[in-house]
Each structure stands twice: as C-alpha cells, then as structure tokens.
Design a protein around this ligand. Structure first.
Ligand SMILES: Nc1ncnc2c1ncn2[C@@H]1O[C@H](COP(=O)(O)OP(=O)(O)O)[C@@H](O)[C@H]1O
Ligand SMILES: [Mg+2]
Length: 239
C-alpha cells in the first residue's frame, strides 16, 4: 500500500505550563492525495490548533505525524521549514496579503521564500496561478484595490503557486458573503481537482462541507466518527 499524503496518530496538544489545558486528546487522521476534506467542529474544539500543528507551525505535545512519508518529529527546524515550503499551502480567513505589494508579487511570495530570492520565471508562474483564479488581468493591481472575494482568490493563487500536495485552509470563506463564499469555494474545489491537490478546509458552512469528499468533525479535541478515507472500503454497502 502506498503511503498516504498525511497520517496522524494519537496527536495530543497541551497549552500552558503551570495550568495545563489539553486541547487535542489523541487525534488520528489520514488524508489521501487529492482528497478534499471539510473539518467541522464548534468554536474552541481545537480546529485551528490542529491546523497549526499540521502546518508545521507548532509542535504536538505527543503523537506522530507523517507528511509525504516523513515523520515530522524526526525533523529539526530547518527541515521543517523546508518541508513546509515544499509540501504545504495556506489559506486563512483573512487573506493576509501584503498590501504594499501587487497581486502577482503576493502570489510569488512562497516561491521567493522557498528559493531565498527572486528568480527568473517566478513572475510567470505567479501570473499563471492568477490566471487560474481568473485574475490574470489584475496582476499589477495593488491588493488593497481588490474586493474581498478577489483578495481571497489571490490568496488561493498564492497557496497553489508552488504546487504543494496539501493546502490547509482555516475558514477561507468565513469572512465573505454567501454568494462570494460559494464562488471562492468552487474555485478552490476546481483547482484541487485539476491539480490533484488535497485540501483540509475548516468551515462552519454545512452546505460547503456537503460538497467536499468527506467531513471530519472535531468534538472536544477528538475526532468523531471515521478518521480516514478507508471508510468507504469498510462500509457494508461497499460490498
Ligand atoms: N496559544 C494558546 N494558548 C492557550 N490556549 C490556547 C491557545 N490557542 C488556543 N487555545 C485554546 O485551545 C482551545 C482550542 O482553540 P482553537 O484551536 O483555536 O479552536 P477552534 O479553532 O476550533 O475554534 C480553546 O479553548 C482555546 O482557548
Ligand atoms: Mg479556529
């Protein structure tokens, strides 16, 4: 069997030194290549904490994570930074674009960060990614001049530009009206299909979650129900 894109076993996260609060209580989760997974759960259930750990921005207190077959706990900070730059794209509720830069300059940022400097071809790749989200004609626009939905599309282009196998999206449509949220979601869904990129998307929108391949629910720091794409294979209806 081939290694899944992402595998978590017993991931625990505690916050605090004096008073320890356990936020994740042993999370098991498998995400296959190309899967589009919704992550649901009420406020405070640990969704952002889990995404930060998966994003290699924070360390788990206990448990193991494998990303593209590499065990994260074996890696030092430099190796984590490299793995993050190569394997992950990020989209947040607020676009986190750099307002002093143009749309295409923002999209190029992950490439620049990965290479340590601007290289030939990066602008072209940024333009192609902007084209994919329908904003090729706004490439040199300052991002402050774009609408909320357009800014979030720039953020999607930025997440996709380096062709990472996994995108982590923390309520990417949470700050948009429902029509714009629908459009932005559809764009992300299509990009994921076209490029075979897996997405783990936190959302409170039941309608959007239904349109994902699978929904994972966090309940008080634990995954409720099935934890991997093997669910269909073990279903009695699968025959
Ligand atoms: N840096 C932190 N230090 C202490 N507690 C935290 C920290 N970050 C989050 N928490 C707590 O962890 C719990 C889960 O938070 P979070 O992961 O943000 O949940 P969600 O994204 O599902 O709303 C909450 O009770 C929150 O107060
Ligand atoms: Mg959150």
């Amino acid at each position: 069997m081939t290694e899944p894109l992402l595998r978590l076993e017993g991931v625990v996260k505690d916050y605090g030194d004096e008073v320890v609060t356990r936020v994740l209580h042993g999370v098991d989760l498998v995400i296959a290549r190309g899967e589009f997974v919704a992550l649901e759960g009420r406020s405070g259930s640990g969704k952002s904490t889990l995404l930060n750990i998966l994003g290699l921005l924070d360390r788990a207190t206990a448990g193991e994570i494998w990303l593209e077959g590499r065990r994260v706990s074996d890696l030092d900070e430099a190796a984590l930074t490299e793995l993050r730059a190569r394997s992950l794209g990020f989209i947040f509720q607020f676009h986190h674009l750099i307002s002093a830069l143009s749309a295409v300059e923002n999209v190029m940022m992950p490439l620049v960060a990965r290479a340590g400097r601007v290289r030939r071809g990066m602008r072209e790749r940024g333009l192609a990614a902007l084209n994919d989200v329908g904003l090729g004609d706004r490439a040199d626009e300052n991002t402050r001049r774009l609408s909320g939905g357009q800014q979030q599309r720039v953020a999607i282009a930025r997440a996709l530009v380096g062709d990472p196998p996994l995108i982590l999206a923390d309520e990417p449509t949470g700050n948009l009206d429902s029509t714009t949220a629908d459009e932005v979601f559809a764009l992300l869904r299509r990009a994921s299909r076209d490029k075979g990129v897996a997405v783990l998307m936190v959302t409170h929108d039941r309608e959007l979650a239904r349109r994902c391949d699978r929904t994972v629910t966090l309940l008080d720091g634990r995954i409720a129900g099935a934890t991997g794409p093997t669910r269909e294979a073990t279903s009695p209806l699968a025959g």
